[in-house]
Design a protein around this ligand. Structure first.
Ligand SMILES: Cc1ncc(COP(=O)(O)O)c(C=O)c1O
Length: 312
């Protein structure tokens, strides 16, 4: 019902409940990828998706993009060149960059997928955590995409990650293949957890909860954005996410955030170095900063420590 309300008519038979959306990625990798197959990803890309595809023996090719996300023209060229099995994308408040693909590019991605015959895996764990701006419809809703898009959802970011509850919405034949793979993986997602979530959905207002959480996250994002200019070395830049959990920053040339992490941690603060998120040549001057776990005061203190760590 929640999916239908957001533009994709869906009933229970269209959906496979998965043990987190991470399992959906593993199931798809097993169902769709033969060793040596090419798949396309955003650059940078969600790290654990890269791992799932690598374990399946895929050759992972990054699609170039900019601060708005992947470039559909570059996608078109790469599909023609590599004949990939699938495109994996997190179009809304992406992990790690926080960026959101605009509607026109979503339509263009859908058009490329239909014309070239490509599966799209649209992973959307963060989409409901919007603090401002208009919701952008799923790629799956654009002409040509629905029959070839697998939409992944999760309760991890809006209800509780420990429940390990996600879902996969796919055309029937692929859904059946994933169900067979899932039987080999874990037979089924724990029914006790599913019943707990169903009870929560029946008794509580998840939308009200998400709105409340998003309000808090918005304050935390703003606290982080307002302190970054002081905390990061001069010449750094960063993206301003309209929702989600992450700010992506780029330090000036010459900074290697992976090499610096040991010194930074000695100041009792940490970040996630950006390099491992790249499928191709890494940009070692990038970092992912999470703004949802700590409160506004802690974020301010963390940024002060970061400033000291960078010698400021
Ligand atoms: C883009 C993306 N996909 C999938 C997941 C996995 O989430 P879960 O398995 O908890 O649903 C995450 C978690 O961080 C994520 O960022």
């Amino acid at each position: 019902a929640r999916t239908a309300a957001r533009g994709l008519a869906t009933d229970a038979d269209d959906v496979l409940v998965t043990t987190g959306s991470q399992q959906a990625l593993s199931l798809l990798a097993t169902a769709l990828i033969e060793p040596g197959d090419t798949i396309l990803v955003e650059n940078p890309c969600y790290l654990a998706a890269l791992q799932a595809f690598a374990f399946a023996g895929a050759r992972v090719v990054p699609v170039p993009g900019d601060e708005l996300g992947m470039d559909p023209a570059a996608l078109d060229e790469l599909v023609a060149l590599h004949r990939p099995k699938l495109l994996y994308t997190v179009p809304t408040f992406q992990n790690p960059t926080g960026r959101t693909l605009p509607a026109a590019r979503r339509a263009a991605v859908a058009e490329v997928a239909e014309r070239r015959g490509l599966w799209i895996v649209e992973d959307d764990p963060y989409g409901e955590l919007r603090f401002e701006g208009e919701r952008v419809p799923w790629i799956a809703t654009y002409p040509g995409a629905e029959g070839r898009t697998v939409l992944l959802g999760s309760f991890s970011k809006v209800m509780a990650p420990g429940l390990r509850l996600g879902w996969l919405r796919a055309p029937r034949a692929l859904l059946r293949a994933c169900a067979v793979v899932k039987q080999a993986a874990d037979l089924h997602t724990p029914t006790v957890n599913q019943l707990a979530a169903a009870r929560y959905l029946a008794d509580s207002d998840l939308d009200a909860h998400v709105a409340k959480v998003a309000g808090v996250y918005r304050e935390r994002r703003d606290a982080m954005l307002s302190g970054l200019a002081d905390a990061l070395p001069e010449g750094s830049g960063w993206l301003r996410p309209e929702g989600g959990m992450f700010v992506w920053a780029k330090l000036p040339e010459g900074y290697d955030t992976g090499a610096l992490l040991r010194d930074v941690v000695a100041h009792d603060v940490a970040y996630v170095p950006g390099a491992p998120f790249f499928a191709g040549a890494p940009d070692v001057s990038t970092v992912r900063l999470c703004f949802v776990t700590q409160g506004v005061e802690e974020i301010a203190e963390g940024l002060r420590r970061l400033r000291r760590a960078f010698g400021g």
